[in-house]
Design a protein around this ligand. Sequence first.
Ligand SMILES: [Zn+2]
Length: 242
Amino acid sequence: MLPKEAYDAGHYVGVVAHSTANNGDSADGERNYESTTWQNAFVHFFVDDQKIEQVANTDYICYGAGHTANHLGYVQVELCQTTDAAKFTKAYAMYTWLLAKLLFNRKLSVVDGVTLMSHAQVSAKWKESDHTDPIEYLASHGKTWANLVADVSANYKEMEGTDLKLQTLILYSGDADLQVAADLAQHFCCPIVQVAFATSDLLLSATTKYQVGGASAPAGVTLLSGADRYATMHAVLTLLGK
Ligand SMILES: [Zn+2]
């Protein structure tokens, strides 16, 4: 059983990116090896070209990068090494996605050398080990640490985008349309806002937009409107197939 020690901060504050220094290894192989050596070293995840393998609970510290980083609270991820370029590309994509996801789950942002650290940066900062991974390994496949930071940032941004993206947004023209619009919003479980107050940011944040009532709607918004409020109601019912 792995030890369950809490982080100093009570939760993790960043991630450490490692590589295994072992060409041709796999997540399974590394997990099996680690299960015999955890007293000295263990991490939370291994990533190879096939999968992301979680081997320890991220609520508790691991022994991957020296006492200070381990205890401050860094979730640690090992990239399994390969000399095969295609396998590297697949593993690297999952690795940068996972690093971003771990940061995103705690809304830590991607801050090079602070929330996102290489083992090399940890060694340079706290001088508790001389490991410099994964720099040399990344370089062997033509990647720099700056490339990795940019790739993790791009993944993180995408996660923020989907997080904030509304499925549907209902606009309404005036008070007379409010009740029907509110019923429609309830149907879609989505927000409702009077068109006069709909900012362009809000409009951009939703995938599908309907406006109930009014003579015209902003670009990209489907107008559900008739000559009077019964005709408007009819347009809404038609949308719902009733
Ligand atoms: Zn390392």
